[in-house]
Design a protein around this ligand. Structure first.
Ligand SMILES: Cc1cc2nc3c(=O)[nH]c(=O)nc-3n(C[C@H](O)[C@H](O)[C@H](O)COP(=O)(O)OP(=O)(O)OC[C@H]3O[C@@H](n4cnc5c(N)ncnc54)[C@H](O)[C@@H]3O)c2cc1C
Length: 534
């Protein structure tokens, strides 16, 4: 039997960076609020992804909240790129410090959210048979939280242990003495493979697409650097949020094309950025993500590094990507390519010999059978829409979000969906989200939503919803911008290409500053493109 429905102003789904900050702002507005979280703790990404080597690839001093000066000053990051345990501790500290726990219900999987035309309120149901009524529902469900496991024939017959990087056991896994197979060489694979290789007796890496990765040069965070940044944290954050990706760089950006400088100047710039490490490598020249020829100069530079690091020429060639660099999410690594010099680490190129089946004792490809004790699925996520489409969300007249998005997600600003009043999505499709430092994007969305709800209350409005026209124009605009870049040229999860049957649509908006400006303009014009109802 269902329990009695509890009534709130706001139901927030998810207790990661987005859900926690949204709760903080909702409480500041005096709204009765509950956060519903499927996991047994807060932290989202950093609660679930406990695989060896998991860490951020945006530097810690940036990959953190900026809404509280005190929090910014108090918290001491220990590494240039914080590891998963440290980021999780940080988020737990945030929940403690701002007294958020009493408003969070853990171990609660939201299964349905229905807009009731009669009452004009949402009804939210969970797998635990709880029911919540709310004026507003805010999905803080994460862009990378719905795990993706390809449907390999025979997977259920494997007698060894299987793990997904995004659902790693809390007690950790000891691979000592084992024969381990890792499927996937995206960010999670690139981070975990070097660490698993330190334990495993034998490691077989199954690669479908070779990955461009830039060294992290991770290490203890220099105390003087931390002090210096903290002395000017506001200015540091502002400068970073003016970058296309909202990720700051140690090196000044130029507006130059990679093709107007000399070969020596180009090489020197790439070498300097390779020495600095991290994602700003792609900021070397202004046209790397728009001009294929310019892009190829950066791609070839990375391929040269791979050939120089990996001693076996055949393995090196297999590790050399041939797609546009940056078109799939770039990786940031510690010893990734070097790991393939270890005698017990083997690379299987699935483009040469695809996986035929998983057997009771390992993985069979067209080229042979690999005996394994454990399989690690580093196969990523049903990105951006997966967590939303796994909930039965219904708007006006019972229309299902899954159906409304069958041909690809349609949203105005990635914040709201026509036909779904008072439903907000934090970092939804059509917003910069995964192409940015996500904490910057999350904070921008949370603040916009909080201001919007305050506006509705102050002016006596009950409902807000994008118009179908504003939404259609926005979707078209997001695509036009993407088409101007090289992003749509490869099979990336930005396009949904990693999930069979998913509509192929480029989902994120390219360019944080112009996006944030647009959101401000919309709000400044009384929420232009939205219908507000009393
Ligand atoms: C391994 C890894 C490393 C990353 N590193 C970086 C980085 O360096 N820089 C960067 O900018 N981004 C990074 N990201 C992206 C990262 O997801 C975001 O930075 C950020 O943590 C997202 O926060 P969020 O609150 O939006 O979503 P999440 O942290 O994903 O939280 C969403 C929460 O919603 C919950 N949820 C979902 N559906 C339901 C439901 N139906 N019912 C109840 N609860 C539900 C989930 O359990 C989850 O806890 C990384 C992602 C991964 C996976």
């Amino acid at each position: 039997m269902n329990k009695a429905q509890r009534e709130f102003d706001v139901v927030i789904v998810g207790a990661g960076f987005a859900g926690l900050y949204m709760l903080y702002r909702a409480r500041e507005l005096g709204l009765s609020t509950v956060v519903l979280e499927a996991g047994g703790g807060v932290g989202g990404t950093w609660y679930w992804n406990r695989y060896p080597g998991a860490r951020c690839d945006v530097e810690s001093m940036q990959y953190s909240y900026q809404f509280s000066d005190d929090l910014e000053q108090e918290w001491e990051w220990t590494e240039r790129y914080a590891g998963q345990p440290e980021i999780l501790r940080y988020l737990e500290h945030v929940a403690d410090r701002f007294d958020l726990w009493p408003h969070i219900q853990l171990d609660t999987q939201v299964t349905e959210a229905m807009f009731e035309d009669g009452s004009g309120r949402w009804s939210v149901r969970t797998g635990q048979r709880d029911e919540f009524g709310a004026q507003f529902v805010i999905m803080a469900t994460g862009c990378l939280s719905a795990t993706n496991v390809p449907d390999f024939a025979g997977a259920e017959t494997f007698r060894g242990r299987t793990y997904h990087t995004g659902r790693w056991p809390h007690e950790g896994v000891d691979f000592t003495g084992m024969r381990v197979g890792v499927i996937g060489t995206g960010s999670s694979g690139v981070q975990s493979i070097p660490v698993i290789a330190q334990q495993a007796r034998d490691l077989v890496v199954f690669q479908r697409t070779a990955t461009y990765s830039v060294p992290a040069h991770n290490g203890p965070l220099d105390q003087s650097e931390q002090t210096e940044i903290k002395a000017h944290y506001g200015a540091f954050r502002t400068a970073n949020s003016r970058m296309l990706t909202a990720i700051g760089e140690r090196r000044a950006r130029t507006d130059l094309s990679a093709l107007v400088v000399t070969a020596e100047e180009r090489q020197a710039e790439y070498e300097a950025r390779w020495r600095d490490g991290g994602l700003p490598f792609l900021g070397a020249f202004a046209d790397l993500l728009v001009d294929p020829k310019a892009n190829d100069t950066a791609a070839e530079f990375v391929r040269e590094q791979i050939r120089a690091i990996v001693r076996d020429p055949r393995t090196a060639e297999r590790l050399c990507p041939d797609q546009v660099i940056g078109c799939k999410r770039m990786c940031v690594d510690t010893n990734y390519y070097d790991t393939f010099n270890l005698p017990h680490v083997h690379l299987v190129d699935l483009r040469e010999s695809p996986i035929e089946a998983i057997t009771d004792s390992g993985i069979r490809t067209e080229g042979g059978h690999y005996e394994l004790d454990a399989i690690v699925y580093a196969t990523g996520f049903d990105a951006m829409t997966g967590a939303l489409s796994r909930i039965d969300i219904r708007g006006r007249d019972g229309i299902a979000l899954r159906e409304a998005w069958a041909a690809g997600p349609r949203s105005y600003l990635g914040l709201g969906v026509a036909g779904f009043p008072n439903l907000f999505t934090i970092t939804g499709p059509g917003s910069p989200s995964v192409l940015t430092n996500m904490i910057v994007s999350i904070e921008q969305h949370v603040e916009w939503i909080a201001d919007c709800i305050a506006h509705l209350r102050d002016h006596g409005y009950e409902h807000i919803e994008p118009t179908a026209d504003a939404q259609a124009s926005w979707v078209e605009f997001v695509n036009q911008i993407a088409d101007f870049t090289l992003f749509p040229t490869c099979n990336s999860w930005y396009l949904g290409a990693n999930v069979p049957g998913k509509a192929r649509v480029f989902m994120p908006y390219v360019g944080f500053p112009s996006y944030a400006e647009k959101c401000e303009e919309v709000a400044g014009r009384g929420y232009e493109g939205f219908v507000l109802e009393k």
